[in-house]
Design a protein around this ligand. Structure first.
Ligand SMILES: [Mn+2]
Length: 241
């Protein structure tokens, strides 16, 4: 089996500065290399900077990405999408239009004598009860409904401001360290039962042998342009370009 794992692309629906335009373009250039090359594509969270699909509406700036996902599906590759902390408000678009399987927390795949655990990782930062509370509130059916009933242009303007503020807020080194250590210790706790644990969220690519298995982090597409492949049971961290 040929598996490709990507996370933290943070594809923007509004691209006001040249850096964002360049990031989106690079992400697309990479995605265009995928159709026909894999059996499984695992989208491990934070692919879009914000996702919402309304009853009759999707976000048009995402069309190029969705077109490539359709091409990937057409070549017979299965696509699994695990939500991150930027993309969690899914309705029926992905399963109905692209036959993408959605998972809120984690996905397990057993293939080539390997048991693999995929999750974004945002639940596993240590000492982050504030975020865990916020995560629960933001995923409540009521909050989702609220986003649903205001006009998409307005809800996206709010969403954009929120996602920008979370991005521009400098992550203090201690929080980044807590993220990294939290994810590593969560991986360690799983690696007696799994051969590979693959996460994202820290934006720091890594491959770390632990216990009987390996913890890998896909990194990100803002700085590292990195991703993970598992080809016939062999895991590798790669960089694009
Ligand atoms: Mn994240």
């Amino acid at each position: 089996m040929r598996i490709c794992v990507i996370s933290d692309l943070h594809y923007k629906f509004a691209t006001p500065n040249p850096e964002d335009v360049e990031q989106n373009a690079r992400a697309l250039a990479f995605l265009r290399t995928l159709p026909g090359h894999y059996d499984w594509l695992i989208l491990n969270g934070d692919i879009f900077d914000l996702w919402y699909d309304w009853k009759y509406t999707i976000i048009k700036a995402y069309f190029p990405v969705l077109k490539i996902l359709a091409d990937i599906r057409e070549k017979g590759c299965k696509i699994v999408y695990i939500s991150g902390n930027h993309d969690f408000w899914f309705n029926d678009f992905f399963p109905d239009q692209l036959q993408v399987e959605l998972y809120q927390d984690a996905f397990v795949l057993e293939t080539d004598r390997r048991k693999i655990y995929f999750t974004h990782g945002d639940l596993h930062t240590t000492n982050d009860s504030r975020y865990k509370f916020l995560r629960r509130v933001i995923r409540l059916p009521f909050t989702k409904k609220l986003f649903h009933i205001i006009h998409p242009d307005l809800s996206l303007a709010i969403g954009r401001a929120m996602s920008r503020s979370s991005r521009e807020r400098k992550i203090p080194p201690t929080l980044q360290q807590q993220k990294k250590e939290g994810l590593e210790s969560y991986a360690a706790s799983l690696l007696n039962d799994y051969d590979f644990v693959v996460m994202g969220h820290t934006h720091e690519p890594c491959v770390i042998p632990m216990g009987k298995g390996t913890y890998a982090n896909c990194g990100d597409w803002l700085v590292n342009h990195s991703y993970v492949t598992i080809l016939d049971g062999k895991l590798e961290l790669r960089r694009f370009g």
